[in-house]
Design a protein around this ligand. Structure first.
Ligand SMILES: CCCCCCCCCCCCCCCC(=O)SCCNC(=O)CCNC(=O)[C@H](O)C(C)(C)COP(=O)(O)OP(=O)(O)OC[C@H]1O[C@@H](n2cnc3c(N)ncnc32)[C@H](O)[C@@H]1OP(=O)(O)O
Length: 130
């Protein structure tokens, strides 16, 4: 399998409904909840890419460009964008999708770096390198 095929195969999509237990006093999705969901989809993407134990080492530049209203769906998409020696980077996007129309827009983006670890919890090479 080529690197591009492996990236394509490990691209991960998760849909969630924005219900009131995830919203703040503005009736929009909590930022912290969004980051939690992003870390989760990034972790799944990293693990599906590598099939190794992965831990988050860094998250960066999380841009909240649109509020996510209660009563919508969100789609999270994780995609590997860089493969290093022991680390890889996953770019995550969150799209808002209205429940009763096809309207859809990008709301949040961010980047998460993961490191593959061995049985001693030390960095270990990712089996696939660029
Ligand atoms: C309320 C209800 C809760 C419900 C719950 C649900 C959970 C829903 C969320 C799911 C999410 C799942 C996620 C699970 C996985 C964890 O939970 S992970 C937990 C958080 N992460 C950790 O605890 C990791 C702690 N850090 C460490 O153990 C060590 O730093 C590590 C990761 C073993 C790395 O060791 P190190 O000696 O610092 O690494 P070092 O050799 O210097 O560098 C290794 C690589 O990292 C890179 N690197 C080092 N520092 C950085 C940096 N700051 N930035 C970028 N790259 C870096 C290096 O460049 C190197 O890359 P390569 O050139 O080899 O590719």
């Amino acid at each position: 399998m080529t690197l591009e095929e492996r990236i394509q195969n490990s691209e991960t999509h998760i849909f969630k409904a924005v219900f009131p237990n995830t919203t703040n006093h503005y009736d929009t999705l909590f930022g912290g909840t969004a980051m939690h969901m992003m870390d989760e989809v990034a972790f799944i993407t990293a693990t599906r890419f590598s099939r190794q134990k992965m831990v988050t080492i860094s998250s960066e530049k999380i841009d909240f460009t649109k509020p996510i209203p209660a009563g919508t769906f969100v789609e999270l998409i994780g995609r590997v964008t860089r493969v290093g020696n022991t680390s890889l980077v996953v770019y995550v996007e969150i799209y808002i999708e209205e429940m009763y129309s096809e309207k859809r827009e990008k709301a949040i983006t961010g980047q998460f770096t993961f490191v593959a670890i061995d049985e001693n919890k030390k960095p270990t090479p990712i089996h696939f390198k660029q």
